[in-house]
Design a protein around this ligand. Sequence first.
Ligand SMILES: Cc1cc2nc3c(=O)[nH]c(=O)nc-3n(C[C@H](O)[C@H](O)[C@H](O)COP(=O)(O)O)c2cc1C
Length: 330
Amino acid sequence: MDPANVSKRETVAHLLVDAAVWAPSVHNTQPWWFDAHDETVTLHSDTERRLDVADPEGREMLISCGAALFTLRLAVRRLGRLPEVRIAADPDRPGLIADVTLGEPRTATDEELRMYDQVKRRRTHRGAFRAGALPVGLLQSLRAHACAENASLRIVADPRVRVALAALSEAAEQVQCADPAFAAEMARWAPAPCSERLDGVHESAYPRDPGRTDPHFAGRDFARGQGWGLAGDEDGESAGVVGVLTTTGDGREDWLRAGQALQRVLLRATEDDVSAAFHTQALEVPELREFIRTRFCDGTYPQMLMRFGVADERFDSVRRPAAEVVVGEI
Ligand SMILES: Cc1cc2nc3c(=O)[nH]c(=O)nc-3n(C[C@H](O)[C@H](O)[C@H](O)COP(=O)(O)O)c2cc1C
């Protein structure tokens, strides 16, 4: 698509942000806002949407912003331009993440166009997966995509490590649920049914009765004992393939890298109708994260813990529209 053909009402910035908002974000906090000038879109984090209890350093907030940044880059490629990305490092403006400018013309590859087509199709899965193997070559491709963003996707092949990671997720889930501050924060981002909010995890985003898998990875308690969630036939029985996304460092730029790698991996998986379920509770408990880092990640920093598989049901999600998250001309 040639940017010159984009109509005035639907500006280039609108097109880019309209895609970026569909990035995954922790508890669907959508911790971002944008401003647009000429051919540059600037991504900012919205610290009022940070999870102060679960994510006091803003690691997950920046992973979420990284996922939005990758989507912005991909949307620029779809317009047939090269993205020029300048990661901001201004201590006086810590919320400033990056400028993404439309650079020189370069036709998008088929791979980029296929990936872009998944942006609004991709959904987080919660629960069991269908039994059976993933498409041949997919895991190798996912690892290569993570690597291209300077992160690593470590596939957990050892069944004992899978059991240990599942147990650590369960432990973290119990510890968090027992903490009133965690529970209150979760309640803030898991609205009751029929809410018209355009953020948070709604009841159409999780199953009422998640099937148990072996080993069982605890889901988040979005329903809080209220019986909320989508009713459905829980046919799945498999935990799927377990993966940990890691980075060699653990600072702001590493978290942004992790987010870009995450979205790239997820979009590639979606192309093959493979979904991901996330279990990041243990990574929010510093002692457990450190244990996972030293025991299972060769000292690299675990940023996301996830399972990949083919899901029978597709959950829903919501987003604030571009017009609501762009400040300035759009
Ligand atoms: C850093 C991060 C951590 C996440 N952790 C979890 C998690 O522990 N459990 C879960 O069910 N979803 C988790 N998610 C998925 C978000 O809840 C999901 O992206 C959001 O609700 C939007 O839904 P969508 O991905 O279907 O568009 C996480 C996402 C990110 C980016």
